[in-house]
Design a protein around this ligand. Structure first.
Ligand code: AMP
Ligand code: FE
Ligand code: FE
Ligand code: ZN
Length: 283
């Protein structure tokens, strides 16, 4: 059997708690043969993780997870594989713009929370974010640190989800445009964690069909939190629209319980999947 791989992980370059090098070392310690770091809307962790992968003997694939919207659906995540953190200037420009709008949104969340009686300052959010672009997980950590919630899930439920006092929508790319942006770089776009979209099977089918017309190359059938019926549906859609079925843990360090290397359909996630994704590169 070929070695196991994990193609969906996060470091503290976005909203994970491990450094990029620590993610690689965790992958090596878990016995993984291949890894992709897929931080949200940034390539900042790539150079460090690639260097560590070479040292650790773990096969490397450069990745990103773009936050997009599809009509009214506001958090459609798109994985991009085989991106280039130096040459893909259009992608880097999009990331830089998102980083700026995330800062503004962070300030807007603080303002809304202040109005709701929560005494929290932007500096506390920035301290939680460190090098990363500001996201709700950083606000959640600051809320827990300040005693405004007992846990990260509670911080989301009480303050940070739609309808709650601290929620502010994040501006981002339209999903079809993001697919095309990645393809224009020569990279490989994959629809992340389809079950998290909470669509009816017919709705997911229609969305995947439309995205395939934009150039979608894969669907994350083997996401760690996806149940058996959702995996089966993704496999059907992969067949129907000629997409690569990918997977990964969505490891976030201490910000989520997901363990590195653990995904649905684990036996299917081997080095052959990395070969298939690399074969779809057009640069
Ligand atoms: P943002 O892009 O700033 O809106 O933050 C989205 C991130 O927050 C996701 O990628 C998850 O890592 C995390 N997240 C979203 N909803 C929850 C929740 N209910 N509990 C814990 N983490 C969440
Ligand atoms: Fe995340
Ligand atoms: Fe995601
Ligand atoms: Zn993710």
């Amino acid at each position: 059997m070929k070695g196991r791989v994990d193609l969906h992980t996060h470091s503290n370059a976005s909203d994970g708690t491990c450094t990029p090098a620590e993610v690689v070392r965790a992958a090596a310690a878990a016995g993984l043969a291949g890894l992709s770091l897929t931080d949200h809307d940034t390539l900042d962790g790539i150079a460090e993780a690639r260097a560590e992968s070479e040292a650790a003997g773990v096969r490397w694939m450069t990745g990103i997870e773009l936050s997009t919207h599809w009509g009214e659906l506001s958090s459609v995540h798109l994985l991009g594989y085989c991106v280039d953190e130096v040459r893909d200037t259009a992608l880097l420009a999009a990331c830089a713009q998102l980083r700026g709008s995330r800062r503004e949104r962070g300030a807007a969340m603080v303002e809304k929370l202040n109005r709701a009686g929560v005494d929290l300052r932007m500096q506390e959010i920035e301290a939680e974010a460190g090098r990363a672009a500001i996201g709700r997980p950083h606000v959640a950590r600051a809320l827990v640190a300040g005693g405004w919630a007992a846990s990260l899930p509670e911080a989301f439920d009480l303050w940070l989800v739609p309808g709650r006092p601290g929620y502010v929508a994040q501006e981002n790319l339209e999903t079809g445009a993001a697919v095309e942006l990645l393809r224009a770089c020569g990279a490989v776009p994959v629809l992340a964690h389809p079950q998290a979209l909470r669509l009816e099977p017919g709705g997911l089918d229609a969305m995947v069909r439309a995205l395939a017309a934009h150039g979608l190359c894969g669907i994350e059938a083997y996401w760690s939190q996806q149940d058996a019926p959702a995996v089966a549906l993704c496999e059907v859609l992969a067949q129907r629209y000629d997409l690569i079925a990918t997977g990964g843990s969505d490891f976030h360090g201490e910000n989520k319980p997901n363990r590195i290397g653990e995904a649905a359909g684990g036996l299917k996630l081997d080095l052959g999947l990395m070969d298939a994704l690399e074969a779809a590169v057009t640069r």
